[in-house]
Design a binder for this molecule. Sequence first.
Ligand code: PEP
Ligand code: MG
Length: 324
Amino acid sequence: LSEGLDGLRELPCETTDGYRVPLWVNTGLLADVVRAQERGAEGVGLYRTEVPFMIKERFPSEKEQLAIYREQLQAFHPLPVTMRTLDIGGDKSLSYFPIKEENPFLGWRGIRVTLDHPEIFLVQVRAMLKASEGLNNLRILLPMISGLQELEEALRLIHRAFAEVLDEGTDVQMPPVGVMIEVPAAVYLTRELARQADFISVGSNDLTQYLLAVDRNNPRVAALYDYLHPAVLEALQRVVNEAHTEGKPVSICGEMAGDPGAAMLLMAMGFDSLSMNATNLPKVKSLLRQVSLQDSRELLARVQQLDNPKIIQSTLQLSLRNLG
Ligand code: PEP
Ligand code: MG
């Protein structure tokens, strides 16, 4: 790292040829806020709301949620905070809302649960909206969307919650609503989803798992879990292109964005912002400040010709090493 990590905090994430890409953080607990600020995050690309739910013994009330969300929104204001609606199921369960299934990752998770329980969804969205009163830096993100009807139903509920809180006298603007692209079906529907949503955010952790049919948590197949797989890279480029065709910004919030070499490829693909764990942010910023957008695009073009994930990885490593 050529610049000290501390010195990096105030510097923009800007390539040597002057291209800027905002680096955002993923958060869950209030403790993440401090680390994010120490590292100079430009916003929150993913606030995992299931985290505060997981440390409780019962569903937090609307009032309790409001207080938790307001802390996040206030801490980053005026920077944007992207709050994902409850994403339980899969590997994340609540002790007070057990879900037992043969194939939890293919089962009742994310938006599927909350659309079946609109009372949970409405309380959460109402709490988010009320928490954003006077701040208006809230963005709402929907997890595990696999079809247009889910987005339409979620939007209908969000508009209902918005009308309700306005009726109760809350003075808040309608926040942007975004869709996570993390199910292969959604990759092919990005264009239509982007038409109805305000922004797109790729969840590369799940997208890699579902595209490659490799459980993201199973050590036996861990070697097959690879976000540099050519199929994943092709899907990502497609999502960026389709979102941009609809004039909508596209971000990425999986672990991949926190890998400096991968981040270089994502920037070259055209992702408008990268959201990562605060720990990785300085490493990513440091690298992107040492490369040009043009070199990154050339590297991406070379990588897009390769069909072997291991060779893609070594090509990346080699070009990073050449940077010194
Ligand atoms: C993802 O799937 O990439 C993502 C960001 O969400 P989570 O890791 O919480 O499933
Ligand atoms: Mg996910």
